[in-house]
Design a protein around this ligand. Structure first.
Ligand code: XMP
Ligand code: MG
Length: 184
């Protein structure tokens, strides 16, 4: 891959390069193919907008098992200023999840509020099973305990962008994960 890509001024360093991402997504897809290979109904991948859309696109194109792509949008409060960690559903799935295996696809696990809300919500809809695929995990930030079945990488407690992740909509389409230089 392009080693040493030219970095924008507000980025400190590349944390995970394109090759490492591709290799890890291959591995995750292989694990998911294996886990659901005997399922009777297609797996429903539920991507959490917007951050997960690139990870979900790469993952789904590597799946050989029958699957359906769907999305939800949520809003979370408490990211700036307060720490209430409230989550609200803004846009629901199109599919009826009842009776299906559901795999929630998230860009990053931070406090855990988002995923804990989503897991609860989907389990309540009598989905056959609810599992999570998370591209990045910041273990130092967890407030809620979350069981992740498919995890890409653990990263330190820094703000990261690229591969779907943004800072005020910037840097979302970078092919690598980079650490931001915090604004003062
Ligand atoms: P919780 O705290 O609910 O948060 O686990 C998950 C959501 O927080 C956002 N988030 C980030 N987004 N770079 C981003 O672009 C980051 O470093 C980062 N840390 C957390 C993200 O929206 C995620 O879904
Ligand atoms: Mg997100």
């Amino acid at each position: 891959m392009a080693d040493n890509p030219h970095l924008a001024d507000d980025l400190r360093r590349v944390l995970i390069d394109e090759d490492a991402i591709a290799k890890r997504v291959d591995e995750l897809a292989a694990e998911i193919n294996e886990k659901y290979k005997d399922a009777e109904e297609p797996l429903i991948l539920v991507g959490v907008l917007k951050g997960s859309f690139i990870f979900l696109a790469d993952l789904s194109r590597r799946l050989t098992i029958p699957h359906i792509v769907d999305f939800i949008a949520i809003s979370s409060y408490g990211q700036k200023g307060n720490q209430r960690g409230e989550v609200r559903l803004l846009m629901d799935t199109r599919e009826n999840l009842s009776g299906h295996d559901v795999l929630i696809v998230e860009d990053i696990l931070d406090s855990g509020s988002t995923l804990s809300y989503l897991i609860r919500t989907f389990k309540a809809r009598t989905s056959k099973s609810v599992a999570t695929a998370v591209f990045l995990d910041k273990p130092a930030r967890h407030v809620v305990d979350i069981d992740i079945q498919f995890k890409g990488f653990e990263i330190p407690d820094v703000w990261v962008v690229g591969y779907g992740l943004d800072y005020k909509e910037r840097h979302r389409t970078l092919p690598y994960i980079a650490e931001m230089i915090p604004e003062n």
